[in-house]
Design a protein around this ligand. Structure first.
Ligand code: ATP
Length: 383
């Protein structure tokens, strides 16, 4: 199979009638990389993957495999392997036959076939399950079989569409490690679709965050996590707390903001347009709950409120803090200690972890699918 040196996707667009499911998708993938497409339901992740796989025709754009266009090739001629969310196993074939089927179609000689099936079974730790039928195996085993069936064909590109979504939390973690191991050991190039940010963070060399059929941000997990370039990406990365303020000045790389109740904070911004911000710019200041500091309290950037709820979330207490502002803002804070309900609480946040985004309709207007995400955040705060 042709190894990937470079896969370049240029202006990939897919429309269904009047609706654009994918718009001007551009991405470069180097051989050996693990790429994740991350975003909420309906943002176009599967459409992008299916276009890459050759299961959907592109309305516009190009896919260049080592410089040669492949967008007009049928799926089977691209040499890519796809693992589907529902596994798509053959129920009437044993594990061995499920794996060997693709090799039979390709007329691989019997001896080589048997040897490759054995190797694939070992690779996914299913060597003792060769004679079982899919219905006789657990969800995790079926998932491993789906992967084995694909990698036995030595695909130049492995495409995985939410492969862990049908598994319970423990198995998901186990299989996540398994997928990364196979990717590394076999030197695969992988494109993985998920709506789970922790999966994207732990697996990827590069994360592509998508929203409404468009790419919102591309970066390493560290870049996406620490330097989200829009409020949408920030929320997706767990910056659930937000409160409004106004820019009142600049201090080197930091911004000085003031809330409606007169408190001042030093904060950062990862948004490119922030270089044009003037005094008076309305902003939303965002903090991840696990980046708030109640004990020890930092020297500056203090927020004061009252404890409304306390919940142990393992390693820390998650505290719902009610601020005294007229908007009734509630924030989630993490602390090593559990305070009494109703008591005052002061916490702080380091200026580089308090991120500012423009507070306008463009950044706060959400589609219904995105609203689900926002609702999840809101639900946590409403408890
Ligand atoms: N065959 C189709 N006909 C019409 N619209 C479609 C079709 N397939 C997808 N869409 C639309 O395109 C958009 C993107 O869908 P897609 O399945 O790519 O999203 P997704 O991010 O993979 O979502 P999920 O995580 O829910 O699978 C959605 O609005 C969807 O309704």
């Amino acid at each position: 199979m042709k190894k990937i040196e470079k896969l370049v996707i240029k202006g990939m667009t897919r429309r269904f009638g009047d609706a654009t499911a994918l718009h001007d998708f551009n991405l470069e993938i180097a051989g050996g990389q693990f790429i994740t497409l991350l975003g909420p339901s309906g943002c176009g992740k599967s459409t992008a993957l299916n276009c890459l796989a050759g299961l959907l025709e592109l309305t516009e754009g190009e896919i260049l495999l080592n410089g040669a266009p492949v967008q007009h090739l049928p799926a089977e001629k691209r040499g890519f392997g796809m693992v589907f969310q529902n596994y798509a196993l053959f129920p009437h074939l044993t594990t061995q036959r499920n794996i060997s089927y693709g090799l039979e179609i390709r007329r691989v000689p019997r001896a080589e076939r048997e040897q490759r099936v054995r190797k694939a079974l070992n690779m996914v730790h299913l060597q003792d399950f060769g004679k079982r039928y899919p219905a006789q195996m657990s969800g995790g085993q079926q998932q491993r079989l789906a992967i084995a069936r694909t990698i036995v064909l030595e695909p130049s590109l492995l495409l995985l569409d939410e492969p862990l979504s049908n598994l319970d939390a423990n198995l998901r973690n186990e299989m996540r490690i398994e997928i990364k191991r196979l990717h590394t050991e076999l030197g695969l190039t992988t494109v993985y679709v998920t709506h789970d940010q922790s999966e994207a963070m732990s697996l990827s060399d590069k994360v592509v965050v998508m929203r409404q059929g468009r790419i919102e941000q591309i970066g390493t997990p560290q870049e996406i996590y620490n330097r989200p370039q829009s409020l949408f990406v920030a929320r997706f990365m767990g910056y659930l707390n937000q409160f409004p303020g106004t820019v009142i000045g600049r201090d080197g790389e930091y911004w000085l903001i003031q809330t409606a109740s007169g408190e001042q904070f030093t904060a950062s911004s990862t948004v490119a347009e922030s270089i044009n911000w003037q005094t008076g710019q309305r902003v939303l200041a965002c903090i991840r709950p696990d980046e708030t500091l109640a004990d020890p309290l930092p020297a500056e950037n203090h927020v004061q409120g009252h404890v409304r709820l306390v919940e142990y979330v393992g390693r820390a207490y998650e505290i719902l803090v009610q601020l005294a502002d007229e908007r009734g803002t509630q924030l989630l804070v993490h602390s090593a200690h559990a305070p009494e309900i109703g008591t005052p609480l002061t916490f702080g946040v380091q200026p580089e972890r308090l991120l500012l985004f423009p507070d306008d309709e463009m950044t706060t207007g959400h589609t219904s699918a995105e609203q689900d995400l926002v609702d999840v955040a809101a639900m946590r705060v409403e408890r």
